[in-house]
Design a protein around this ligand. Sequence first.
Ligand code: XLS
Ligand code: NI
Ligand code: NI
Length: 433
Amino acid sequence: MTDFFKGIPAIRYEGPDSGTDFAFRHYSPDEVVAGRRMEDHLRFSIAYWHSFAWPGGDPFGGQTFERPWFGDTMALARLKADVAFEMFEILGVPYYCFHDADVRPEGGSFAENTARLNEITDYFAEKMQATGKKLLWGTANLFSHRRFMAGAATNPDPEAFAFSAATIKTCMDATMKLGGENYVLWGGREGYETLLNTDMGRERAQAGRMLQMVVDYKHKIGFKGAILIEPKPQEPTKHQYDYDVATVYGLLKDFGLEGEVRMNIEQGHAILAGHSFEHELAVARELGIFGSIDMNRNDYQSGWDTDQFPNNVPEMMLAYYEVLRAGGFTTGGTNFDAKLRRQSLDPADLILAHVGAMDACAAGLKAAARMLEDGKLEAARAERYAGWDGPRGKALLASDLSAIAAMVEKEGINPEPRSGRQERLENLVNRYL
Ligand code: XLS
Ligand code: NI
Ligand code: NI
């Protein structure tokens, strides 16, 4: 045991009237919601990078956090892992996620990076065995080191493509070794900063080819998890090729991968793309490519991907409603891709940020389940489209323009507008909160 979280108790469900900050008010892992234990529904996961690797910097200032494991030795990487697993236990969170660069110090070569990754993930394997914690997904950080400044797969330099491909292989191997349930690709610098120096067609083709290689390798090694892409429109680049769910679907179609790759959808990225979170979830659900979520929130005024901990229950209800409509998570889960504000220095801040986020997710899920079980919203939606289920609706889509024109003329068809009832439905939704 380290003493980092000294004095902080294991967090338990105490219900809405609990008198302490260190308790869940809504998240009760064994409680059954919509036919499933809450723990199995929500499948919470902690993001190693934000909670244990991020030093608290912003564009105007550097490190604010002082953590005993900061530094670039393997001994400190092990200390970081000790603290991380202690936090997973305190919170009772079943899963975690990591990038290679979060968990091992950067080596002087690809071979040294690989050796260090293998060493620390062996240490993880022991800890997972001892605690029962699981890996939701692994990924490669192909955006922080300067070698990736012009992209990874989309880099104009083939050697950067090669280094990226090799690094992805080692991270897929580590994910497989740890029994990871997914492997994620987020295209951090797979985009451009200016069109003036960019061959967009070539870069997009490189991105598609890398993705094919990832899928081929998954099958080659028998990885049973899902390959997930995490769309984001921009930041750090001006434009990213995995802009949003619909854009990625086009990419998957182009490269013959629509049955192979699903989406990891992040709240803050949806907002940056000019969408709501539930929009992105609904698009993925409709296209059959929903996978997992990165849960956080943006500051709606700042315009950045601020990665704050989620706390807006009405928004989360609508998000989990889409998750439930998609049939719930299979390999995916709720990964807190969220970081403290840089003034939140205390170990307790790290715990309480997750406690509040888990509670907000639980409250959102429960409200969503009530709304789905009650069925009024779905009944209103079905009623609005009922005409399409009748014989005329079905026949129309199989018809053609001239036959339809003849029918409209003969029968004197003249559609009568009906209310969309938006406010009425908005009132209905608020009743489940
Ligand atoms: C950054 C992304 C990143 C991915 C994993 O905005 O959210 O953290 O989740 O590379
Ligand atoms: Ni993000
Ligand atoms: Ni993310």
